[in-house]
Design a protein around this ligand. Structure first.
Ligand code: SER
Length: 319
């Protein structure tokens, strides 16, 4: 039987790109997009879409049955900065959604789950450089606590109920097709848009705030690779560290300047600085490399080149 896939959160930063890639692999009709708001024109016109609030377990079950869903990618979540302003709702959304999906697999209604975790599971007492897989996890944000708790539940459902759930800890993600919403690493996307539109950007993190980042192409590839690898290769059922490249606002600004005639960056630090300060600066992803042959391909130079090229086309700006 062919797999039928449900992507929950298809209007978000990752979902916008993941649905299109999955449709290329599994066929348009076999990948159902879903979100509480409509998705991109490309998604809406190329295959099935369901309006779905994942915290509504009855509607979720109805959608899963209607489309004979076998695999779920659960991307709906409230990110770090937004969650600090909506503590109770963020916790409810991030946890209820996960339980609803884990329970569908426990009941054998679906077969496989992808659920993303984050570098936010680490906290201020964690080793910051090349943070290992099993480093101290003492997150001090609602988002980080929800992701760490989710990781423990994923592993628990795998051990106790044989639920085939896989997960990776995404770094900050950068892509040109969609914009992030409510994260601490969002600056690394907005900076490109503002550079092209206004030749200037005011950054909410300080110039030397180094964070782990990843280009969307790598993130999508990692997501699909861990879902497609044989189950026995997945030795970690909480969530895998994965790394792309690390840089700070000053370094990304320098790259943009090297590729564009005019650009200035200013700094106006806000509450997100404290969140960023609590996270690692770089990640050790050797377990993912060993177990399912993960390897990142993009560095800051390539990201900058690609972002500027594609956004110039999007905004109709000539070089
Ligand atoms: N990019 C996310 C955030 O900033 C981290 O997972 O919240």
């Amino acid at each position: 039987m062919r797999d039928n896939i449900l992507v929950i959160g298809s209007s978000g930063q990752i979902g916008t790109e993941l649905v299109i890639e999955l449709r290329k692999i599994y066929g348009n009709d076999h990948v159902v997009a879903s979100d509480i708001i409509p998705s991109s024109e490309e998604i809406m016109s190329s295959g099935p879409y369901e309006k779905l609030d994942v915290t509504d377990a009855d509607k979720l079950l109805a959608v899963v049955k209607k489309h004979h869903i076998t695999q779920v990618y659960l991307l709906a979540a409230m990110l770090s900065a937004k969650a600090e302003k909506n503590v109770n709702f963020a916790w409810k959304l991030n946890m209820d959604s996960l339980f609803n999906i884990l329970n569908l697999a426990k009941e054998k209604i679906i077969k496989k789950i992808f659920w993303p975790s984050s570098i936010a599971v680490f906290g201020p007492n964690t080793k910051k450089e090349l943070t290992p897989q099993c480093a101290l996890t003492e997150p001090n944000t609602v988002y980080g606590i929800s992701k760490l708790t989710g990781e423990r539940w994923c592993e628990y459902y795998f051990n106790k109920f044989n639920v085939d759930v896989v997960s990776i800890r995404y770094p900050g993600l950068i892509g040109w097709k969609s914009e992030p919403g409510g994260g601490t690493t969002d600056y690394a996307v907005h900076i490109f848009h503002e550079a092209l539109k206004n030749n200037t950007y005011t950054c909410f993190l300080s110039e030397k705030t180094t964070l782990p980042m990843m280009y969307m192409n790598d993130a999508i590839r990692a997501t699909i690779e861990i879902m497609q690898t044989k189950a026995e290769n997945v030795k970690i059922r909480s969530s895998y560290n994965i790394a792309g490249c690390s840089f700070n606002p000053m370094q990304i600004a320098a790259q943009i300047k090297s590729k564009q005639v005019e650009f200035t960056i200013n700094y106006k630090v806000d509450f997100r600085q404290e969140i960023a300060n609590s996270w690692p600066q770089s990640i050790d992803d050797s377990e993912a490399m060993k177990d399912w042959k993960w390897k990142a391909q993009c560095n800051l130079e390539k990201i900058t080149h690609d972002m500027l090229d594609n956004l110039r086309i999007k905004y109709n700006i000539s070089k």
